[in-house]
Design a protein around this ligand. Structure first.
Ligand code: FAD
Ligand code: UDP
Length: 380
């Protein structure tokens, strides 16, 4: 292992979007940073691997979306973004439905052709669920979904997918998870409500390379099993973006995570499913969705100019040591535990905790960048 004679202003553990954006801002402000990551590459979950000329999202499909103009300007100042708009399709027992829930879905589900007819159908479907709540707020995902879109959509497009994804019954899951999905009475398959959306031209690695340009980085170094554990020897401040429970040696107990495993295949056809994302919403199919990576970055004739395609089936699984933690499980036990760890974190003067793992929060990419920009009080 190299020895470092100079002291850094920041030792940054993790080169995902939080760590990389932090390093970029600190470097720009003239601070010396060292970024370490235990993975063999930089970029955390947005890292892509090139196969057959296609950028494969190795840790799951990532679509950048935000309504924050500053964040959008910031990422576009690093790399230009393309016009990709996420329009996933759901496959339930061989029948296709558009997502998110919009006039196309309602037409496919019920044959209704006008917003009034769709609304009447939704109201009819919701009535039973609303009655059984007796005026109280929905307390779990099942109640929330039934009062949002009613029984047919819940049973065909939500229940199986959600229970596969989270490995828990919809009655044990928090309501907010499903509130992420828009419900629209217009024919609009755009999955996100945000003003800006896209994929970096040339792939996410370009974004990470741009953020980390000129910053010293070391991959394959686990903070906890390296000299850097004694970080005060190397830096004035520590930026930690790994799991918060690990930082405190699991003293209150281990947090639960969900993770995803991928089966990636090269297929000898230029266009396998005609869309980047197809969700399989029935319980009996073991994977949650199939990603066809080329559709994030190739459009029109470009799809056919690239003779092969790469697909990844996503299997949602319970996290075990040695796997990558992906999604925090925001149930009561885990929220309480995370709160205990946050109580310790808040007392640290020289450690900055940030990102999905250190905050144990379900963050998209843009809010992670937003937080770092706010930390540096950036005006672009
Ligand atoms: P990460 O990218 O996880 O980076 C943390 C880094 O810390 C990792 O590289 C890890 O190796 C490193 N690390 C951890 N512990 C140590 C240690 N002990 N020593 C050294 N290094 C360590 N967001 C969107 O906006 N749109 C999407 O479409 C989207 N899709 C997603 C799909 C999936 C499957 C997942 C899991 C997330 C998705 N996200 C999406 C969220 C997005 O990935 C996160 O918001 C973003 O990556 C958070 O960045 P981060 O830096 O906090 O975490
Ligand atoms: N969801 C669903 N059916 C779908 C897609 C999503 O029921 O076809 C639910 C599911 O509970 C999921 C939530 O909506 O956890 C949020 O979906 P999103 O795609 O935002 O999740 P992500 O994978 O991006 O975290």
């Amino acid at each position: 292992m190299d020895t470092f004679s100079t002291k850094y202003d920041y030792l940054i553990v993790g080169s995902g979007l939080f760590g990389a954006t932090f390093a970029y801002q600190a470097h720009k402000a003239g601070k010396r940073c060292l970024v370490i990551d235990k993975r063999p590459h930089l970029g955390g979950n947005v890292y892509c691997e090139e196969m057959e000329g296609i950028h494969v999202h190795k840790y799951g499909a990532h679509i950048f979306h935000t309504s924050n103009k500053e964040v959008w300007k910031f990422v576009n100042s690093i790399v230009e973004f393309n016009r990709y708009t996420n329009c996933p399709v759901a496959n339930y027992q061989g029948k296709l439905y558009n997502l998110p829930f919009n006039m196309n879905t309602f037409y496919q589900m019920w044959g209704v052709t006008t917003p009034d007819a769709a609304l009447a159908k939704i109201e009819e479907q919701k009535a039973e669920a609303l009655n059984s709540l007796h005026g109280r707020e929905p307390q779990n995902l099942e109640e929330q979904a039934l009062t949002l879109v009613g029984k047919d959509i819940y049973e065909k497009l939500i229940k199986g997918y959600t229970e596969k994804q989270w490995g828990r019954s919809c009655t044990e899951l928090p309501a907010f998870i499903i509130r992420r999905l828009p419900v629209r009475l217009i024919f609009d398959n755009n999955y996100f409500n945000d003003k800006y959306q896209g994929i970096p031209i040339g792939g996410y690695n370009k974004l990470i390379e741009g953020l980390l340009k000129g910053v010293e980085c070391k991959t394959g170094v686990d903070f906890f099993h390296s000299e850097f554990r004694d970080w005060r020897k190397y830096a004035d401040k520590l930026v930690y973006t790994g799991p918060i429970d690990e930082f405190y040696d699991y003293r209150f107990g281990k947090l639960d995570w969900r993770t995803v495993s991928f089966e990636t295949e090269v297929i000898d056809t230029p266009n396998y499913q005609g869309n980047a994302v197809v969700n399989y919403t029935e319980r009996e199919i073991p994977f949650t969705r199939v990603i066809e990576h080329k559709h994030f970055e190739m459009f029109g004739q470009e799809v056919y100019d690239c003779p092969k395609t790469i697909i990844s089936k996503e299997f949602s699984t319970e996290y075990k040591p040695g796997m990558e933690p992906y999604y925090p499980v925001n149930d009561e036990r885990n929220n309480r535990l995370a709160e205990q760890y946050r109580g310790l974190a808040i007392q640290e003067k020289d450690v900055i905790f940030g990102g999905r793992l250190a905050e144990y929060k379900y963050y998209d990419m843009a809010p992670v960048i937003e937080q770092v920009l706010a930390h540096f009080n950036t005006k672009i």
